[in-house]
Design a protein around this ligand. Structure first.
Ligand code: SF4
Length: 566
């Protein structure tokens, strides 16, 4: 194996990650966040070497479409590269310098960011770091290795140093518009300083590197080393969920399987018996919002505002926060529930609205301006619902119905019936479940409407053979079977939690269903993209400042010895 500083550093951090990356040669598709450290780090190196135009072209070419977040990153990069160039001009003034010099030995490869010839035969060696984590790099073996190998190539290395280009993590606040944020960003950047920090050569670091290389050669067990750095590991999802990484499936048709426990949304008028119908299912957790729980026998979690007192201090936990806490608990999978019913889902939507109002300090969505309030409420609510869906339990939504009259083109009026929730939210919720059905009464009988009617909200992926079915679990399952005749049976609710354990019940075959958990983080003042993109911490920087294989731009493809004279 040919070694590099980053390889050995990876081995020291986590052997399992090392094995995935360097032995199984697995790569991941990195998230397209505007501040993706791989892309930003490569762009910055390019900016220092080839100038702002090359940097800009490279950076923008990495994304399918550019938005305000990318422009924000480019503002940072342009300012910082300008500042760094002033420092580099000082270091290289009147001297011959080489950017991106490749050290190439059969057993070692490395790329030196800058070599400055001093004119007396000696040379200074610098590495660029886009990071505030100076202490981490002062302990690194990297520059010591560079000196060792450069001297083998005939260089007389005099100084070793890092050029630290500082990072800012500031993000747009909810209370700030883009103009205000960029003004604040520009002020912050103006106050930042590029630092050159020299290090003294320490041969024991080189010895330590060789020892590690020896260990790597003799290693056969690659254990996981969980740490806070896992949050920035590209294999985290696959490692923690023990998914056998990204290998393509066999090129063969998958067998269709019968689903008798689809995720569903049942709505209807009050007292139709929706909750009673759902209650017939075993291993059910009822998440109840309206307090009508006296007739329920399933375990219930009440979703309501919680007020507690500590001495004279009144503490309020909003109902929405209680619901998020329930999702957190379900996420642990430390329970025996197989399905979760939300009764009533529209109440939860209202709770999410109140939560966002409180967070933004507003009384209505419109107070947040330009549709932002509506967007935030929808995002908050739907992210939590999708998160719940992705946990692998069978999800059941229960709603009341709303009737309204619409006027057709010819002047006729018809009554439409739909769940009692905002239309846009309803459409997304219907997409989250497999089936949306209306429960209704006809005389004393109660039914589920399975047939699609244009004035009744509903539908799904089943081709039911009967237009209606009695509001009864067994009858409903019979209708599901009829709709999927000829398809092998399986149970989703059982599968997600039990397939891994290889359990089977009766003649049911379990679906193998590892699903990713999309945890909708909603803290802080940041905008949603920033939340997902906020992975650029000191640790990330330490781990990925200078990737061995940067995105698209391959350091190996660039010629070494690119000379520049001031
Ligand atoms: S997630 Fe953590 S334990 Fe797993 S491979 Fe990555 S660094 Fe190692």
């Amino acid at each position: 194996m040919r070694f590099s500083h980053s390889r050995v550093e990876c081995f020291e951090k986590c052997r399992y990650q090392f094995m995935l990356r360097y032995i199984r040669n697995l790569t991941t598709i990195f998230p397209p966040a505007a501040d993706n450290p791989l892309i930003v780090g490569s762009a910055l190196h390019l900016g220092l070497e080839k100038g702002p135009t090359a940097m800009e072209e490279y950076y923008y070419s990495q994304y399918p479409v550019i938005n305000d977040f990318h422009i924000n990153e480019m503002i940072k990069l342009t300012t910082l590269v300008e500042k760094a160039n002033e420092v580099l001009q000082e270091l290289t003034r009147g001297k011959v310098s080489i950017f991106e010099y490749e050290i190439n030995f059969p057993e070692f490869i490395g790329y030196v960011d800058l070599i400055v010839h001093n004119g007396d035969g000696s040379a200074d060696v610098y590495d660029f770091k886009y990071s505030n984590n100076i202490d981490h790099y002062l302990e690194s073996k990297q520059l010591h290795l560079y000196k060792y190998y450069l001297e083998k190539q005939g260089f007389d290395v005099f100084k070793l140093g890092y050029v630290f280009i500082p990072k800012t993590q500031i993000r747009q606040k909810k209370t700030e518009d883009l103009y205000q944020f960029r003004k604040r960003l520009t002020e912050t950047l103006a106050a930042m300083q590029v630092k050159v920090v020299e290090v003294n050569y320490d041969h024991s670091k080189v010895d330590g590197f060789f020892q590690r290389c020896h260990e790597i050669q003799n290693e056969s067990i690659y254990e996981r080393t969980p740490s806070r750095l896992c949050a920035w590991c590209e294999f985290q999802k696959y490692c923690e969920e023990e998914i056998d990484f990204m290998l393509l499936p066999k090129n063969e048709k998958r067998e269709r399987k019968m689903d008798l426990n689809p995720d569903k949304w049942v709505y209807g008028d009050s007292y139709v018996g929706k909750s009673t119908f759902i209650e017939r299912y075993e291993d059910l957790l009822m998440v109840n919002t309206d307090g009508n729980i006296d007739n329920l026998t399933s375990p219930v979690v009440r979703i309501t505002d919680e007020v507690t007192y500590e001495g004279r201090l009144r503490k309020e936990k909003l109902a929405w926060e209680v619901f998020l806490a329930v999702i957190d608990e379900l996420e642990k999978k430390d329970n025996t529930f197989k399905r979760v019913a939300i009764d009533l889902v529209e109440d939860l939507y209202e709770h999410s609205r109140l939560y966002i109002y409180k967070k933004l300090g507003i009384d209505h969505e419109q107070d947040a301006g330009f549709g932002k309030g509506w967007d935030m409420v929808r995002t908050e609510f739907l992210s939590a619902m999708k998160r719940l869906k992705n946990l692998g339990y069978q999800v059941i939504f229960i709603s009341k119905e709303l009737t309204s009259e619409i006027t057709l083109k010819n002047g006729n009026k018809i009554t439409t019936i739909k769940p009692n929730i905002n239309d846009k939210v309803a459409n997304v919720l219907a997409g989250i479940v497999d089936l949306t059905v209306r429960a209704f009464m006809d005389g004393d009988e109660r039914y589920l409407q399975l047939e699609k009617k244009e004035n009744v909200f509903g539908g799904g992926r089943f081709n039911f053979k009967v237009p209606v079915v009695k509001l009864d679990k067994d009858e409903f399952i019979k209708a599901l079977r009829g709709a999927q005749e000829g398809i092998k049976t399986y149970s989703r609710a059982e599968s997600a939690k039990e397939a891994a354990a290889g359990e089977t019940t009766g003649n049911e075959t379990k679906e193998d269903g590892a699903t990713a958990t999309a945890k909708g983080d909603t803290n802080g003042d940041e905008t949603s993209e920033e939340e997902t993109a906020a992975t650029t911490t000191e640790e990330t920087t330490a781990a990925t400042d200078k990737p061995e294989k940067p995105a698209k731009r391959s350091r190996r493809s660039r010629k070494s010895g690119n000379q520049l004279t001031n």
